[in-house]
Design a binder for this molecule. Sequence first.
Ligand code: WTA
Length: 648
Amino acid sequence: MSDKIYDVPAQWAERAYLDEHGYKAKYEASVRDPDGFWGEEGKRIDWFTPYTKVKNTSYAPGAVSIKWFEDGVTNIAHNCIDRHLATRGDQVAIIWEGDDPSQSRHITYRELHDEVCRFANVLRNRSVQKGDRVTIYMPMIPEAAFAMLACARLGAVHSVVFGGFSPDSLASRIRDCDSKMIITADEGLRGGRKVPLKANVDAAIAKLGDFEVDHVVVVKRTGGTVNMKPGRDVWYHEAADLVTSECPAVPVNAEDPLFILYTSGSTGSPKGVLHTTGGYLVYASMTHQYVFDYHEGDIYWCTADVGWVTGHSYIVYGPLANGATTLMFEGVPNYPTNSRFWEVIDKHKVSIFYTAPTAIRALMQSGDGPVTKTSRASLRLLGSVGEPINPEAWEWYYRVVGEERCPVVDTWWQTETGGILITPLPGATRLKPGSATTPFFGIVPQIVDAEGKVLEGPCEGNLVIADSWPGQMRTVYGDHERFMQTYFSTYPNKYFTGDGCRRDADGYYWITGRVDDVINVSGHRMGTAEVESALVAHPKVSEAAVVGYPHDIKGQGIYAYVTLMAGIEPTEELRKELVGWVRQEIGPIASPDLIQFAPGLPKTRSGKIMRRILRKIAEDEFANLGDTSTLADPGVVDDLISHRQNKK
Ligand code: WTA
């Protein structure tokens, strides 16, 4: 751990919304009187019918219920678009930067209004109504944001599925939320390579069997050849030509659902995290403003994909609610060259830049040159999200990219939390490289030990949040039991994050990573159980156990122990076949980095796999295996150690 501290630069102390005292006073007010605090803050968005109630939440065992602003009526698209028209109709809302550096688009708020209304009319003409689920499987093009906002305009619930997921993963997500409408593109384009999105949709639908998808709306991106099924599939540009650019925003209740986003947990299939309308938008808007110190005139760029929660809250909803100019990037950090991020910053005069540690580490490997050849004079703030950032990468980001004038906000949060929970506020928080620092307004983090005892002062344990905040998920779609079981049963009356955490003597929080069977590969969340079930679905595999191990660039890599069916030879070819198989079953982000063929796995006498041991072996910590006396066959361990796969 690094014990360096960076003071707030003088110019920041002057321009930021709050200084250190301001933060402390506001924080205390927020946790002392949540009703009063959020009652005021809720006014940052327009309400068709104002709320009279603010917080109505309970973490009580078996009766978890979360409601914010529950009698208010509003519409998210109205708040992200219409209410800005009078004052900033001609301001750019979205800058789109294509994969190919010669392509970009600027979309003003007025144009955004017209595009979203048209999109909404196309959906409405295909009988999409309030409450209906719509699956969006799109590349990073403005139409992805139009589609999300069009759903919000109609009160329909979007489920965005990351374009890197396989047809299988897409199919299970379509089925889980019973979505009859899919929005996609012919092909995506990333780093010069095409991604066959429409073909994947066709394959997904073929896997759905009896489940009928009524409509597939296809946006033309590359012009590549695709199959269009008459009656079901329609080109977006053709349908959009037939409708008007007026579509009223449907009034929805604060607690009506806005979106479902599937995310990995420690067990079972991905969960449909459900977020609702009013509290989510208030929280996304407020965090975007304070954490990124957003002011009029800023050009804001978050490099995430809209397929993840970061794209939802901090490319689309937070920035647009604040009337910001948000940049959407179709490409990847190293195409055409390793200077791409910095060139885009110069091209569009980006002032706020938000990316992931894995990208920083990868770019760091090619040295300072690709950075320093660009100007980056427009930058004033840097952000990090998705996984713990190692102090070395933090320092490089701060020193080389930000030239020591841009604070780095290391923002800790989750799909479930809707927005940022632990983060520095520029101007108010002294920075420690590697620490997400202190809680945002209204957030009460606690560290508990294995028994649930709340620890005080400097300590290390599991991170829980003691009370609700407006951006919190409301349920697992269609399975409230699972919601309560997953997040509220380990430590009764508290939200369990699944993360380990240390708190230092200054009260700063240091996230140490997941304590459950979730791994974080290049900032992508994976359940080890999902990769295991993909592996055992292969006819030659009898058993599989998957763990994470430290990886220089990805943060964590995927290490799979595989036991083959009797009589099957472990070959290099089979190893490749299994990697390809997992890619096909889940998607490229789940590809195992290392596969070890293991004749046996370490099990207790009752047959439970001892993952602790597998983790230690994958981490190269043989000396530290702990108690192995409960193993049914301790000899298995020696064999595993002697055949450990080397790190890449
Ligand atoms: C991890 C992404 C350390 C953490 C927004 C969390 C982080 C999981 C940070 C959620 C950070 C995210 N420092 N760890 N700044 N940000 N994480 O749902 O383990 O894709 O539980 O949400 O990422 O991942 P998710």
